[in-house]
Design a protein. Sequence first.
Length: 517
Amino acid sequence: MYFASLSVILFTSMVLLLFWFGFIFSPQSSLGRIFDDYLINYERKLSEHISHTAAQGIHLASALTDMIERTLNAKNCSFSAVSDNAALIRELENESVYFLKDALLRSRCSGSFIVFEATMNSALRQSRESRCGVYLKASNITASNPVSPQIFYMRGLSELALEHQFEFHNKWDMEYEMAELPDYAAFLKAASESTESGQFFLTKSFFIRGTSDKVVLLCVPLRGSDGTVYGLCGLEISDILYRLIYRMPQHDLPDMLIGFAQQNGQGANATLHMGTGLMNGPGANLFANPVAITATDGTYYNRYQNGTLEFAGSERALHIAPFSLPGQNVKWVVTALLPREKAQYFCLKQYIFLALFLALFLGIALGASLFLTRRYAAPVLLGIKNARVNGVAATNVRELDELLEFLEAKEQSLLRQQAENVRSVVNTQENNELQADITAYRTFIEQISTLSKAERLVFALYIKGQKSSEIAANLHLSINTIRTHNRNIYAKLNVSSYKELMVYIRMMTAEDRETFA
């Protein structure tokens, strides 16, 4: 009995202390905490990166816009004259190269570009879908900015690559195809209708035509002082650069996917459009093309599903404010995802570890209880048993014998004191009750003189033993009038009920009989 009780107390105390100090927790909360801790740092780092890139892109757009207007003013022409003007296009592209190269070297990006809303030969049928411009792309990408990176020439006039000593990209082309720039026309239209400065647009991720390079472009409109939109420029963040900068951390979730993507809706109606941004992790290829997955809120983390794809994870909004195209109600979020079976395996491991942990502490509690029982409780119990069997007060344990003697003396003293207290209380109660009854009766007798004439008639009939209904009939009064007299009589004679009134009346009649006897 003592062994079991002590074991339960020790084990419960240790478990409560472990819970209190956070050593024992549910696997689901542990998994949710891993998601949250990583997303907080990842969101801050990515928001700073994109915000810094946006600031550089806006500065680049301002410099290029000034250059375009200076060139047009020097030629005394408007921007509409750029199309089909090879010399003017060459001059604009050549001047742009210096700004694009400088921006590429100063930023943590993998490319820089400018697209003019013009074409070299508008007479060609395919010219409707092509735009002139320059695209520079870094080749030896590292997580930090290299001192002198190798730059490839992807778009622009070929002679400019030779003049600036750029290597041609194996997918070089003289002009852009509008189809390869996501939402190009919609962005220019929205930019022409807005007069706000400092706007930028983040494209969905896409593969550059003819390559395996997946990129996200940060685009800034080139808006002239008269409101004319000359085109756009910006900086590129490639999938390779993203994976280098945002390497997967070493933690207990090696299969976790991290990335950023577009999201529309909130709460239970939220939909993540995975593949619209960039991803890193073992299963990133699942989202080579955009995939919409629905989110379901959970206690510690969310659940995401699309057909056979099921994930546990969480998301966090990016602190950036890109330009939203008309009809789009999306925001950019960072997300951490873990395949459902991997999440279940993680929780199972945590449960096993927790079970082993508790089993260890249970063993410690049992061992400690056994030691304490044999060391302290067993000798005491044995002494008490011997004392009872042998009929002697001694237990052969000095401390216990002294305690028993003290308790016995204390018990006898308490019994004597309780007996005296009981006698005193009984006597006091009897005296108080007698005194209270005599005082109340005397007050009753004295107050009879305060009754009115009508109340005296009613009171006299009560003395004769009549009830309220009989009194009402004899006095030819209504029962309500009798009740009113009753209330007044009760109040003046200080009684609370008819029963108490009759007790005092009987005492009066008994006293009268004793007097005349």
